[in-house]
Design a protein around this ligand. Structure first.
Ligand code: KDG
Ligand code: MG
Length: 408
């Protein structure tokens, strides 16, 4: 069996999905996702210029050797652009392998450990009242776990994860007004004074059963994060995400010494080499890598197995820009992983997105049910894809009030 060709598509409804289709001489094809938020053209160029020419003629069943060939062969290893490009190839090869076996992908990992996988949704509000409404809205839809982000009084601009529209499904990660980022202003003192009481109010209103998650998006210094984690212990968070900048892994030791709040980290990690110390030293509780940015199924499955040895559970990244292909790959891992924790989920199933990526993965009552179709269980409609092209967009950048650049 041989790979005969591969194509990359960039675009989608309100998102720049980077979709790879690998064709074989037996008519079977595989699909993969290389979407790297707001840098989408770069994994596409890496695929087109270097990787696809080296795929032609290879046996697609040798997914391990192909992964090693690209990773070790690059010499300059890792990085989100390369790992997203490898991730797309790897996903597509597993799709082909499972289609060949005529099995849903999770069967190749060891079958199902659960029927439904717990999801968490994003609740957001420009103030606490709006956030409480947004949480109620998600609970009414059946969610048992909700990430909560709200505007901070007196903060000059909106904070991370805060949407200023009533639409609970609004995609607020990318600003499509152009390639140059807007500036948001961050004030740590206001955040630290306001957010603990807001979280306590949320717990009081919704009771003990709701799983509450909160994302600091790397904005606190280690001592501040330790103070914050201590001050919110009574809330009983399901997790506190990215409390400190991800590069400083020792910061989490200080936090651990002062608090037992569960810590989730890893959405910006792209290899096992950024996860292994935190996992082995048991400084985190949830690992947040995404199958796309972290080198695909082959590599992420290694991270999941390492995590399992140290009681670290999965909480894969599922931000608005992951394509349904990445979400499907994660759904198969979630169905299998003995150390599954939770899956981030933002409603993607607009009619336009469904038309582009038809699938029967199902979300019901805040749970995801994996497809039983052979392979990843997602199709890609190329006619639909021809309606879309790349739209320039950006994340904001963050500054302190005196102009100092801060962490987005
Ligand atoms: O592109 C950036 C997003 O992926 C990120 O801001 C989303 O923090 C995020 C989350 O937890 O989903
Ligand atoms: Mg996050």
């Amino acid at each position: 069996m041989k790979i005969t060709g591969a194509k990359v598509f960039v675009g989608g409804p309100g998102k720049n999905y980077v979709t790879l289709k690998i064709q074989t001489d037996q008519g079977l094809y595989g699909l993969g996702d290389a979407t790297l938020n707001n840098r989408e053209t770069l994994p596409a160029a890496y695929l087109n210029d270097y990787l696809i020419p080296n795929l032609i003629g290879r046996d697609p069943r040798n997914s391990e050797d192909i992964w090693q060939f690209f990773y070790r062969g690059a010499y300059f290893r890792k990085g989100p652009i390369a790992m997203a490009a490898f991730g797309a190839i790897d996903m597509a090869l597993w799709d082909i392998k499972a289609k060949l076996a005529d099995m849903p992908l999770y069967q190749l990992f060891g079958g199902k450990s659960r029927e439904g996988a717990l999801l968490y949704a994003h609740a957001t509000g420009t103030d606490l009242d709006a956030l409480l409404d947004s949480i109620s809205h998600h609970i009414e839809q059946g969610y048992k776990a909700v990430r909560v982000q709200c505007g901070i009084p007196g903060m000059p601009t909106e904070s991370y994860g805060v949407s200023n529209v009533d639409d609970n499904n609004k995609h607020y990660i990318t600003d499509f007004s152009g390639i140059c980022p807007n500036v948001e202003i961050w004030d740590t003192d206001r955040y630290l004074r306001y957010m603990p009481d807001a979280l306590i109010a949320i717990r009081e209103k919704f009771g003990v059963e709701l799983k509450i998650l909160h994302d600091v998006h790397h904005r606190l210094l280690p001592r501040e994060a330790a103070e914050f984690a201590k001050s919110i212990e009574a809330v009983g968070l399901y997790w506190l995400e990215d409390p400190t900048p991800a590069e400083d892994q020792d910061a989490l030791r200080l936090l651990r010494q002062h608090s037992t709040v569960p810590i989730a980290i890893g959405e910006v990690f792209n290899s096992i080499w950024e996860c292994n110390k935190l996992i082995e030293q048991e400084l985190i509780d949830f690992i947040r890598v995404a199958v796309t940015y972290a080198g695909g199924i082959t590599h992420v499955k290694r991270i999941v197995d390492l995590a399992g040895l140290h009681h670290v559970r999965t909480g894969f990244h599922g931000a608005p820009s992951h394509s349904p292909l990445c979400m499907a790959a994660q759904a198969h891992l979630n169905a299998w992983a003995p150390n599954f924790g939770i899956q981030e989920y933002l409603v993607l199933d607009t009619p336009e997105c469904d038309a582009l990526f038809p699938s029967d993965h199902k979300v019901e009552e805040g749970m995801m049910y994996v497809s039983d179709e052979p392979g990843l269980g997602v199709e890609f409609n190329e006619d639909e894809a021809s309606r879309y092209s790349y739209e320039p967009g950006s994340h904001p950048v963050v500054r302190l009030q005196d102009g100092t650049l801060w962490n987005y």
